[in-house]
Design a protein around this ligand. Structure first.
Ligand code: FMN
Length: 374
């Protein structure tokens, strides 16, 4: 079992109040990274969604105040079970064992001084998770999808995982083929035994809305991928009524063309004026089912995790297609909602992403991963 936790201060020193949501995005990326790595070894992985935060904290030793003393607090995020998904761990027994165990080590303080962000404490408390009885968890997925198409390049998983980096700049000219684009999107569909979705085999809550700039044989403009086509009527009536809703791509890919338009300026603006929104092959916002969080506040975290997992799949798919991606945590959600014609709260954009032909920054050097190993 793998536990994931966040030290909000690690992000807050730089990003202020946005730190909380970036920690949730990062948690989603970490879930996906573990799920892919486990799959590469032939193992299944699954989130232990029924565990309360107190249980996660107890198992990870995060509630041991004396061990943290003056160090920054560490918030429990989630447990990830790697193994046979049909025989999950008995948490109560593990917790008893960890309470009786001898713990070693003490947390070190990261900074001498801190800036307080009371809103981070507020959202942390508002989204705390208690035990969730298993019968209240959403139904597992039962997708009947064909296997995803092969990516453009024939690289090993290890190669892709180790070479993955974020693009800091795009060239503004690289195009990808429509086949490569569709193959990437296919990997975002929830297959209950394929990574990373085997880790979160429950109701789909996030759908990417795409601003396509440079995909061969595809009109530039606005598209949406409905990762669960059953939600079409709901999402459609939340958006501008003029959209085309024209189905494109392979039959089993629920991708819809909404508006032909050059959205490069809009994408740049939405990405907080970052040029990587416009110079990419495409940029996207992740529309999340906000009612889930309004009904059950801890699910706000889960929505961000799903977004992070989508982002991680895109990071790896980009490398497999010979291009590069970047997560966009800095974006204007109201601008994105304005573009889509969303005016209620039912669907909210919780993470953005962009992908294209990367321009390396010569000032940065990259060392080979695991170079320290003999
Ligand atoms: C949640 C998240 C949000 C990010 N937001 C931005 C962003 O708004 N702009 C940007 O240029 N990079 C962004 N990045 C990329 C990070 O700067 C990058 O992941 C980090 O510097 C580590 O580099 P690496 O991805 O190459 O390992 C984001 C990454 C993540 C995971």
């Amino acid at each position: 079992m793998i536990g994931i936790s966040s030290i909000y201060w690690r992000e807050a020193w730089k990003y202020g109040m946005r730190a909380w949501r970036y920690c949730q995005h990062d948690c989603g990326h970490a879930i996906a990274a573990v799920s892919y790595a486990a799959a590469a070894l032939g193992w299944q992985s699954r989130l232990v969604l029924w565990a309360a935060d107190d249980v996660v904290a107890g198992l990870l030793g995060l509630d041991r105040d004396a061990d943290f003393a003056s160090a920054e607090a560490e918030a429990p995020d989630v447990l990830l079970w790697v193994g046979n998904p049909d025989s999950p761990p008995e948490l109560a027994r593990l917790l008893d064992a960890s309470r009786a165990a001898s713990w070693h080590g003490r947390a070190n303080a990261l900074s001498r001084e801190h800036v307080r962000w009371p809103d981070i404490d507020s959202i942390h408390h508002a989204t705390c998770k208690t035990d969730t009885p298993e019968q209240l968890l959403p139904e597992p997925l039962s997708s009947q999808l064909p296997a995803a198409a092969d990516p453009a390049l024939d690289l090993s998983f290890a190669q892709i995982a180790r070479q993955r980096r974020s693009a800091v700049d795009f060239d503004g000219v690289t195009h990808i083929s429509a086949a490569a684009f569709f193959a990437m999107l296919e990997c975002l569909l929830p297959r209950s035994h394929a990574p990373p979705w085997n880790a979160l085999p429950t109701t789909v809550r996030v759908h990417p809305a795409l601003m396509v700039h440079r995909v061969d044989d595809l009109d530039a403009g606005l598209y949406i991928l409905l990762r669960d086509p059953v939600q079409l009527a709901d999402i459609r009536q939340s958006m501008r009524s003029e959209w085309l809703w024209q189905k494109v791509g392979p039959a089993h890919l629920p991708l819809y063309f909404l508006l032909p338009y050059d959205l490069r300026d809009a994408a740049k603006l939405i990405c907080c004026h970052q040029a990587i929104g416009a110079d990419s092959c495409f940029a996207l916002g992740m529309l999340a089912d906000f009612d889930a969080a309004l009904n059950e506040p801890w699910c706000y975290r889960r929505l961000f995790w799903e977004c992070g997992m989508l982002g991680h799949a895109l990071y790896l798919e980009a490398e497999a297609a010979g291009v590069r991606a970047t997560g966009i945590g800095c974006y204007f959600d109201d601008e994105m909602h304005g573009l889509l014609g969303i005016d209620g709260h039912a669907w909210q954009s919780l993470y953005h992403f962009t992908m294209g032909g990367a321009v390396d920054d010569a000032r940065l050097s990259t060392l080979p991963p695991y170079a320290f190993q003999p």
